[in-house]
Structures are given as C-alpha cells and as structure tokens.
Write a protein that binds this ligand. Structure first.
Ligand SMILES: C[S@@+](CC[C@H](N)C(=O)[O-])C[C@H]1O[C@@H](n2cnc3c(N)ncnc32)[C@H](O)[C@@H]1O
Length: 189
C-alpha cells in the first residue's frame, strides 16, 4: 500500500527543496557508515549523495517502478556500483533486509504514513547495534511550498515520541533550512 500523500512533483521542482550534500554533512553521515537503507527513495535525491559518501552500499527501496528506474539510471551515469535498488512495498512486505544489516536508515519525507511506529520498528530491526535512524521531514508549518496536509504532518516532537517507543534513544534535532527538520536517533541495545 502506497504511503498516503507520497506522490512526487516533477524532479526539477523536488530538487529545489533540498541541498542533500549539506544536509547529509549536518547529519554527520560519513564513511564510518558502511551500509544504508533509504525507505521510499523517490528520485534518489538522498540515495545518490549517500552512495558517494559511505564505504558500503545503499539499498534504495521504492514502490514506484519509475522512481526505481530513475535512481538506477543516475547510479549508472555516475558509475556508482554500491546502489542496490529494490522495487518493494515496505508497508505490506517490510524492507526484506536482514536483522542488524545496516548502519543507517533514512526516512526522508515519509513519516506521515499511517502506523509510523511499525516502520520505525522495521528500521530498528535491520539496524546494527549503535546504528542510527535519520528522519527528515517538512517543517510543521503550513507555509512550506509542499508537504503533506497539516492534519497528518508530524511535528518533530511526535517523531521523537514514536521513535523512542520503537526502540531508539538520544534524539538530536537539526534545522535543515529552508523547509525541513532532521532528527538522528540511535538504536538502543
Ligand atoms: C515524498 S517521496 C520522498 C522521496 C525521498 N525519500 C526524498 O525525500 O526525496 C515518498 C516516496 O516513497 C515511495 N513510497 C510510498 N509508499 C511506499 C511503500 N509502501 N513502499 C515503498 N515506497 C513507497 C513513493 O513512491 C515516493 O517515491
């Protein structure tokens, strides 16, 4: 089942909302992270920059064949052989990744789904001890140029509450100007 309100605008519009490299640097993603899972990877806006930083591979999961195709083409064009794309519905099927198999899980612009704690628990399951979940989402502000309706848009405080009840701790919050916030939490073990 596709996440509610998770359709994408044209890529030219979408990429104007972020500076992925700056964001990843702020969130301390570096080559100490071997493997990363990107849930709902879309155009690969984060997948591709992540692949260039980490020492292992990034697994980009999306339900839309078009998004997977675009991400694959980008990886090929940049000669990145550490991008693994997975066409899959992570809501009904889970990620398909093994327990304790990644160092970072990226949940970018996706946590407005129904049942966010189920997804956070899946993230927790696949993370290695000391792994991190990274939540990026639209500011809780109706003036942002896009983003889910306010009725279903989570506040950072709500994301932290869900993550803590799903087995994470030590939240660090970041202001990812102009339109987003970021939260990094650690897997409790
Ligand atoms: C709002 S976009 C965010 C894309 C990317 N994370 C970013 O921030 O640039 C959400 C993405 O999640 C994908 N998606 C929605 N429901 C999904 C599901 N059940 N399983 C896998 N991917 C899903 C959509 O196809 C879309 O590409």
């Amino acid at each position: 089942m596709k996440v509610r309100e998770s359709g994408m605008p044209d890529e030219d519009v979408w990429k104007g909302f972020f500076e992925p490299n700056k964001i990843l640097k702020m969130l301390s993603l570096n080559d100490k992270a071997a493997d990363v899972a990107d849930f709902g990877s879309g155009y690969g806006t984060f997948t591709i920059p992540v692949a260039k930083i980490i020492s292992g591979k990034v697994c980009a999961i999306d339900i839309e064949p078009e998004m997977i195709e675009i991400t694959e083409q980008k990886a090929k064009a940049e000669n990145l052989n550490n991008v693994e794309t997975v066409l899959r519905d992570f809501i009904s099927e889970g990620s398909g990744l093994e327990d304790e198999s990644v160092d970072y899980v990226l949940l970018a612009n996706i946590l407005h789904l129904e049942g966010p704690e189920k997804l956070l628990r899946e993230a927790n399951r696949i993370l290695r001890p000391n792994g991190n979940v990274v939540i990026i989402h639209w500011n809780y502000d109706p003036a942002t140029p896009r983003g889910p309706p306010m009725e279903i848009r989570p506040t950072p405080e709500k994301c932290i509450e869900w993550a803590i009840s799903s087995g994470f701790s030590n939240p660090d919050k970041y202001d990812l100007k102009p339109y987003h916030y970021g939260i990094v939490l650690s897997k409790e073990w």
